[in-house]
Design a protein around this ligand. Sequence first.
Ligand SMILES: [Zn+2]
Length: 280
Amino acid sequence: MIIDFHIHVGRSEMWHPWIFEWAVNNLREEDRALGPQKLLDAIAGSRETLERHLDACGVDYAVVLAEESPVTTGMTTNEYVRDFCRGSQRLIPFCNVNPHLDARPAQELERLVTREGFRGLKLYPTYQHFYPNDPALYPLYAVAQSLKIPVMAHTGSSVFRGAKLKYGDPLAFDDVAVDFPNLVIVMAHSGRGFWYDRAFFLSRLHENVYMEIAGLPPQRLLDYFPEFERNADKIIFGSDWPGMPYIRRNIEAFRQLPLQDSTKEKVLGGNAARVLGIRD
Ligand SMILES: [Zn+2]
């Protein structure tokens, strides 16, 4: 079973232009003429086209992320993601609650999960400018813990205009992990750039903390995490599509790494299935 824990949708006009100015660099030469906007709209134009693409990539389930970051990246609203995923068994919607946009974040999260069908929360500290261990966020974590949904958060570098990197330090999740021992925390991008060691250590230390490897080149993973294999139960695969546009190539490159088969199976799907409560 393969689970992609990190997919963005949204029509191209929902994202700021600098997202695509950056994304074009990740396209193969032959796809440059089409461009990242058209690629996004063609594949994520509907649930059906995205599911066909996932089939072609060999992906069984995908986490689809809402993002309400009007200043830095764009607005793929919770409503949009709810409607996009509706009726799908394999698309798993994660909502976003932006603490600066919502007067009552905890109540909003409860509504999104219990009434709108969201199965996880994604936070964007670097794009929405807050520290993950700010006490103002604690009511949100308390709701997530009691509803038994995972909280995933961007950690590490962010290249888009207006992002603030200081909010991406995974160390802030040490507080959250200690204070909410039954809350599952997933550190997206594993502290990308300058905090790989922190993300790795925290996910080894805390039973409830996972690292997720979206946006990291698979062929570099063992440089970033020399003891990758020792953390086999706590690492989750994600692509960060469409920013990283080639999911199948990513999976194949990961499979080439000198790791045990059991580790590859866990990272590509087993660990995510446990976190998401999926049984096959
Ligand atoms: Zn992403």
